[in-house]
Unconditional design. Structure first.
Length: 163
């Protein structure tokens, strides 16, 4: 039964991210539930699980966005592993730590995106990219703690993990 809840969790965040959120937000203040899930898996579980989730959720985000296939997959895999490494030095069941780590990890993933956009044919102004990354990081960080509570309830992550 718990596996059914886990599958439903991923289906709900995919539907929210790809169908519901684009209808209500313009893109600047849209939370990235998929990236937040990868970061929280890295913070509260193993790095392997975060890397696997980062790759597959990143590929889904790339296919949906229609830009560079593999950009988010690579960036989110690296961010998942980085948060897992850093989380071994932190008390990650604290909401403030989860919010700060999610915000910083979103900025790191955004830096990967900027690098990929700059070396590809995507012609976005640098200022707009930075603005989108900072606003999405802020909004995604604010939804991290409620999302972690849902993930704990569904037993996707362990309740407590201390340094």
């Amino acid at each position: 039964m718990i596996h059914l809840y886990r599958v439903l969790y991923f289906l709900v965040i995919l539907i929210l991210q790809f169908s519901i959120f684009p209808r209500f937000w313009t893109g600047l203040f849209e939370p990235d539930l998929l990236l937040a899930t990868v970061i929280l898996l890295g913070l509260m579980n193993s790095g392997e699980m975060a890397c696997i989730a980062g790759f597959f959720l990143g590929i889904l985000a790339d296919v949906n966005a229609g830009v560079i296939l593999g950009c988010n997959a690579f960036a989110w895999t690296q961010v998942g592993m980085a948060t897992s490494v850093v989380s071994q030095q932190l008390v990650v069941d604290n909401p403030v730590v989860q919010i700060l780590m999610t915000g910083l990890s979103c900025i790191l993933a955004g830096c990967f995106e900027i690098v990929f956009y700059r070396i590809s044919a995507v012609n976005e102004p640098f200022g707009r990219l930075v603005l989108v990354i900072l606003t999405r990081s802020m909004v995604t960080a604010l939804v991290a703690w409620p999302l972690s509570r849902i993930m704990i309830r569904l037993k996707l992550v362990s309740e407590q993990r201390h340094a």
